[in-house]
Design a protein around this ligand. Structure first.
Ligand SMILES: Nc1nc2c(c(=O)[nH]1)N[C@H]1C(S)=C(S)[C@@H](COP(=O)(O)O)O[C@H]1N2
Ligand SMILES: [Mo]
Length: 260
């Protein structure tokens, strides 16, 4: 189990707040459902022929977003994904090569932290050694792909929370994080609570070996409370933002939070 004692622990929402939010959401979903029912037998047809928002008919996108916001309300930094004995770890297939098409020179690679607040007007450029200087954490968890397969993997890296505390402490006032590959082709958005979750890691090793190029060398994200779509490989830049950032797979029909 990771040691969470030194981490900031935002208070979980009160039961009352969660219930209020759930009631508000279900009223909304009821209204959307009611609209579909009113449309009668043609309802399904009507639904799937609506103009799309991020590749989903807008009423469906609206329900998905409402569910996602409910997930955000219920999200708890103390709810941990199950861990497994290290011996259970296997090598997953290489899945998803968006943003990995060009060759990468590991020696020239830098992690770019975008300026997020004055007096930081220049991006911070970190090396892999800077990340490896943070406390090393190892966890064995299940990588779950949204396509329906999963593999237990042993990861090693630094907690995202430790990275923020050391290299971007003032960024903790901003509610969102965006991570992108160096070419910008693949990008992932996280709310700050998910980024600071004790199992969210910036990983440089997989099953006891340095990451291979196809698995995201030199640095990838691991966030075991979410699906594999959020485990961005070959991170090139990290930005802290006031607005919810776009997310590669959320723009292609999946849930923005992608928790499970
Ligand atoms: N840069 C980048 N990262 C990515 C993807 C991708 O296409 N490009 N695919 C994601 C998906 S859908 C999954 S399931 C995992 C798979 O990780 P693996 O290839 O190490 O098994 O990587 C994620 N990270
Ligand atoms: Mo995936």
């Amino acid at each position: 189990m990771p040691d969470t004692s030194s981490l900031p622990s935002p208070l979980p929402p009160s039961d009352e707040a969660v219930e209020r939010e759930a009631a508000r959401r279900s009223r909304r979903a009821f209204i959307v459902g009611g609209v579909a029912a009113l449309a009668g037998l043609g309802g399904r047809r009507w639904l799937v022929t609506r103009p799309e928002t991020d590749r989903l008919a807008w009423p469906l996108r609206r329900v998905l977003d409402a569910n996602g916001r409910l997930a955000e309300t219920l999200f708890s930094p103390t709810r941990l994904a199950p861990e497994f004995p290290a011996g259970r770890a296997r090598m997953p297939r290489v899945n998803g090569k968006v943003g990995l098409k060009t060759p990468l020179d590991p020696a020239a690679w830098r992690l770019r932290v975008e300026p997020y607040a004055p007096p930081l007007t220049q991006p911070l450029e970190l090396t892999l050694a800077d990340i490896q200087a943070l406390p090393r954490v190892e966890i064995t968890t299940e990588l779950k792909c949204i396509e329906g397969w999963s593999v237990v993997v042993r990861w090693a890296g630094a907690r995202f929370a430790d990275f923020v505390a050391r290299y971007a402490p003032a960024a903790q006032t901003l509610p969102y994080v965006r991570l992108a590959t160096p070419d910008g082709a693949y990008y992932v958005g996280l709310d700050l609570a998910s980024a600071l979750h004790p199992q969210t890691l910036l990983c440089y090793e997989m099953n006891g070996q340095p990451l291979t190029g196809a698995h995201g060398a030199p640095l990838r994200l691991v966030t075991p409370v979410k699906y594999g779509i959020k485990y961005i490989k070959r991170i090139g830049s990290i930005a802290f933002l006031a607005e919810r950032p776009a997310d590669y797979w959320a723009q292609r029909g999946y849930d923005w939070h992608a928790g499970h």
